[in-house]
Design a protein around this ligand. Structure first.
Ligand SMILES: [Ca+2]
Ligand SMILES: [Ca+2]
Length: 419
């Protein structure tokens, strides 16, 4: 009898807990992802490891909920001022307030490469989304919604976010003047947070098993759960489909980067909690962290693998003929600490006027091009795919080391023929 009633308790208890947690709804953005409602997590798999190295810069307005970053490292977010919450745009070390006229509070959440900004504001009529471009604000309200919160914008000005329809939260995708709801099948609520230029969308949802992250791409949803986390909340995605977000381990919140199928911890050293919110195509990440003094924004930039390159090894100036149908050779020089033929991932290499040009033909292997006794990696790039233009003075090589540390280095070029 006793065994049977014990069993009954163990069957009923999880159901009660699930019902309890499924009643919890929160406006994650507004409440800053309060985690008090979530049960303590148990690791059944290893948590993410720190594999990529990042250097962190604090952003204080005084406080700063840093939320979005574009390709020029311009950052948007909001801060708590004496008169309420104000949006900000952070460019090259200085802040510009982003305040919707007549609003009692303004939160900026996303920015694209044209410096168009989305966010939300409160005024006498309620809570609305906004699109800010060319100095003017346009309201963004999902028809019939109690309120609307845009959270991300891509370079086509397509916008994602979430809204409340008096019953539940729903994600939305806004393009060409019309809204499409984003609801994960079976979820009690869905929040969309980040979008890239391919219209791949990340966010999170809640169902009977908890709060989980998702990637929505090509019409289908993929689960994104940090192993062992109580909950996972992705909020940003870049054009390499690298994803950032926040997870809760049952004790504190951590930022994460999800790239190439694996999770990396993004934690500000010494912080009592970190949230990663946005990522750009250089894998620079923005977010916020807490310490004894309160809340701060941060910008995290990947620590580069220090290498030197020689464009057209053995010759100078490094003349590039724009009409050439041939290839440009680039040597990545080894040091005593870093053997480039074995430690550079050749398939990761891109070379040209910005370093993002997929111009690699092949790497011909190890050769000591500078006579220092260390073998160097020599690779060849199709001239017509490098994007060089008259007037360019440097060629940029980007790639990755086999430990995933980024490589970015330049050498001079002389472009011919140019008038
Ligand atoms: Ca050279
Ligand atoms: Ca050498």
């Amino acid at each position: 009898m006793e065994n049977a009633s014990n069993r009954t308790i163990w069957i009923i208890l999880p159901i009660v807990l699930v019902l309890l947690f499924s009643c919890v709804k929160e406006d994650a953005l507004y409440l800053n992802r309060g985690n008090d409602h979530f049960k303590k997590g148990q690791y059944d798999e290893a948590p993410p490891e720190v594999s990529a190295e990042y250097s962190f810069t604090t952003i204080n307005v005084p406080s700063a909920y840093a939320w979005g970053i574009n390709g020029s490292n311009n950052i948007v977010g909001w801060y708590n001022g004496a008169t309420g919450m104000h949006g900000f745009l952070y460019v090259g070390g200085s802040f510009t307030p982003i305040d919707v006229p007549s609003a009692s509070s303004t939160l900026a959440t996303g920015i694209n490469d044209s410096n168009n900004i989305v966010g939300r504001y409160n005024d006498a009529t309620g809570m609305h989304g906004f699109f800010y471009a060319g100095g003017s604000f346009t309201p963004i309200d999902v028809p019939g919604a109690s309120w609307t919160t845009p959270t991300g914008i891509n370079n086509s000005n397509n916008i994602v976010g979430y809204y409340y329809d008096a019953t539940e939260y729903h994600g939305f995708f806004y393009a060409g003047g019309s809204f499409t709801p984003i609801d994960v099948p079976g979820a009690s609520w869905t929040n969309a947070y980040g979008i890239n230029d391919a219209n791949n969308i990340v966010g999170y949802y809640h169902d009977a098993t908890g709060t989980h992250g998702f990637l929505y791409a090509g019409g289908s949803f993929t689960l994104i759960d940090v192993p062992g986390a109580s909950w996972t909340a992705p909020s940003g995605i870049n054009n390499s489909n690298n994803i950032v977000g926040t997870y809760f381990d049952g004790i504190i919140k951590h930022g994460f980067l999800y790239a190439g199928g694996s999770f990396t911890l993004i934690d500000v050293p010494g912080a009592s909690g970190t949230e990663a919110n946005g990522i750009n195509d250089s894998n620079n990440i923005v977010g916020l962290y807490y310490d004894a003094e309160g809340l701060h924004g941060f910008l995290a930039t990947p620590v580069l693998e220090p290498v030197t390159i020689d464009i057209k090894p053995g010759s100078y100036p490094n003349s590039i003929n724009l009409k050439s149908k041939g290839k440009i050779s680039v040597a990545i020089l080894s040091t005593n600490d870093f053997n480039t033929p074995s430690l550079v991932d050749p398939n990761s290499l891109a070379f040209g006027r910005t370093g993002d040009e997929k111009s690699l033909a092949f790497c011909s292997g190890a050769e000591d091009v500078n006579g220092d006794g260390l073998l160097d990696l020599v690779c060849h790039f199709y001239t017509q795919n490098t994007g060089f233009q008259c007037g360019d003075t440097e060629g940029i090589l980007k790639g990755k080391a086999t430990d995933n540390k980024p490589i970015e280095e330049s050498d001079s070029v002389k472009i011919n023929p140019c008038k």
